[in-house]
Design a protein around this ligand. Structure first.
Ligand SMILES: *Cc1c(COP(=O)(O)O)cnc(C)c1O
Length: 458
């Protein structure tokens, strides 16, 4: 690294402040909401946002919360990054939409150029843009099936790939994504197969290596599906909703190598882990894997809806003209935002910033884990970090999940001005996804609140 990273600029005061929670204006909005907004959309936080910037979310009653969620890993550059705001303002003054499938524009091409440059591998690449992560995943599967002439798709335990029909099918967790005791969103798309993930903390045999865990999955694919029938293997290099699960070293490379040997398209779903979140442009880089297709969304455009599939030219160009697209895919305002966000990531060196956040957070939390009886594991990479909670006293043997403590800790944090998200198949994981532009001081304050909440629940 030759240049010193510049400092982020903040518009809002970067301090935590909680008065009445929830305040009167939020309470009033909750009443209006209940009359018109579908009950199926739930919010983890009972306050309504008036403004957000850097590491702060300000509500309509003037409370200021420290943001450790980034709107689910989206606003890595902050919720109102000056470069994103300026790029959007400039673009909306000219045109907001023409539809790239009718009259194309430069922003789309420029984003595709940037994705070719930033994604792993120096092969010839092509990109196609969409609006959401689920849409990117759907289209990656479409491409893989058409290009290979095969239909089976392999996904993993604890996977999360979205909420549309195909992506619900790929997602592992039933409640709330696919069904609840009250009913199911199915039937789901056919030809989806699930195999075991490498989940070091919960392996029956804690000695199992990444390569062995990969072989366990490969054997299952060979015996139950047949490698020659598989169009694609889709995997999150670090699983998101499933619990910020980092597979054992060697797992991803072994799977990718086997897929290559069998002519199976290896899709890395980097929707949550991508764009500097883990201290690299893409989480695939940590083990040097080069996916055939990469799906991206969330952090890509500083909060504007944009997603992408980037991958090998011969795969994407196998699809006939008109076979891929969508009315809004690669919207010009969203493309402008992406170019602004990527520029900020480069100028502020947010990969380095994510690594610094990892050091700061892990130092605190590892120490706490030694004292607290309920932290089973501290894990993650960069600013994609998690705590898995277990029942006190049983940690070593049963690792019994502790969703009750997890919920209580998240609620306690919120009441004290820190927005924190939970996740995990067992609902027992707290995930930390701070905006990468958060200051050390603000992050330290948030960790004080988290630490107090964990001590209170221990
Ligand atoms: C969030 C997420 C998706 C779905 O993205 P949406 O934009 O919500 O459709 C897909 N894959 C992963 C890994 C995600 O984290």
């Amino acid at each position: 690294m030759t240049t010193q990273a510049t400092q982020p600029q903040y518009r809002l005061e970067q301090t935590r402040k909680v008065g009445t929670f929830p305040g009167p204006k939020s309470t009033e909005l909750a009443v209006r909401r209940a009359k018109v907004v579908a009950a199926g959309v739930s919010s983890s936080v009972p306050v309504y946002v008036a403004d957000a910037d850097g590491g702060i979310i300000e509500d309509v009653d003037g409370n200021r919360f420290i943001d450790l969620g980034s709107g689910i890993a989206v606003t890595s550059v902050g919720a109102s990054d000056p470069a994103v705001v300026a790029a959007v303002q400039e673009q909306v003054q000219h045109f907001t939409h023409t539809c790239f499938m009718i009259s194309p524009y430069e922003g789309y091409v420029a984003v595709a150029e940037k994705l070719a440059e930033l994604t792993p591998g120096d092969h010839e690449k092509r990109s196609v843009l969409f609006n959401s992560g689920a849409e990117a995943v759907e289209n990656a599967v479409k491409v893989a099936r058409l290009a290979t002439g095969r239909s089976a798709v392999v996904a993993f335990d604890h996977a999360y790939h979205g909420r549309t029909n195909l992506t619900m099918g790929l997602t592992a967790k039933a409640n709330p994504y696919k069904s609840s005791p009250a009913g199911s969103f199915g039937p789901f798309a056919p030809e989806i197969y699930r195999v075991p993930m490498s989940y070091p903390f919960r392996e029956e045999n804690p000695q199992i290596t990444g390569a062995q865990a990969a072989q366990r999955a490969i054997t299952m694919i060979e015996k139950q599906i047949g490698g020659e029938n598989v169009a694609a293997i889709i995997i999150e290099p670090i699983q998101g909703e499933g619990g910020f699960i980092v597979p054992a070293e060697g797992f991803l490379p072994a799977l990718a190598a086997w897929a290559k040997e069998k002519g199976i398209v290896f899709i890395a779903d980097e929707v949550q882990a991508g764009f500097c979140r883990t201290g690299a442009w893409f989480a695939s880089e940590h083990e040097g894997i080069v996916p055939d297709l990469i799906t991206m969304a969330k952090g890509i455009a500083g909060g504007m809806p944009l997603s992408a599939v980037t991958g090998r030219a011969e795969l994407l160009d196998a699809v006939h003209g008109g076979g891929l697209g969508g009315t809004y895919g690669g919207n010009p305002v969203a493309c402008a935002a992406a170019l602004g966000a990527i520029r900020t990531m480069e100028e502020l060196d947010l990969n380095a910033r994510a690594k610094a956040i990892e050091v700061q957070v892990k130092e605190r939390l590892n120490k706490l884990a030694e004292e607290s009886g309920i932290i089973g594991e501290v894990r993650g990479r960069g600013a994609m970090l998690a705590l898995e909670f277990v029942k006190s006293g049983t940690a070593a043997t049963t690792k019994e999940p502790n969703p009750e403590a997890t919920k209580a800790i998240a609620a306690n944090c919120l009441e004290n001005g820190v927005v924190i998200l939970t996740c995990g198949t067992y609902g027992n994981v707290i995930r930390l996804l701070p905006p990468l532009v958060i200051s050390d001081e603000l992050l330290a304050d948030a960790l004080d609140v988290l630490e107090a909440a964990i001590r209170a629940a221990s």
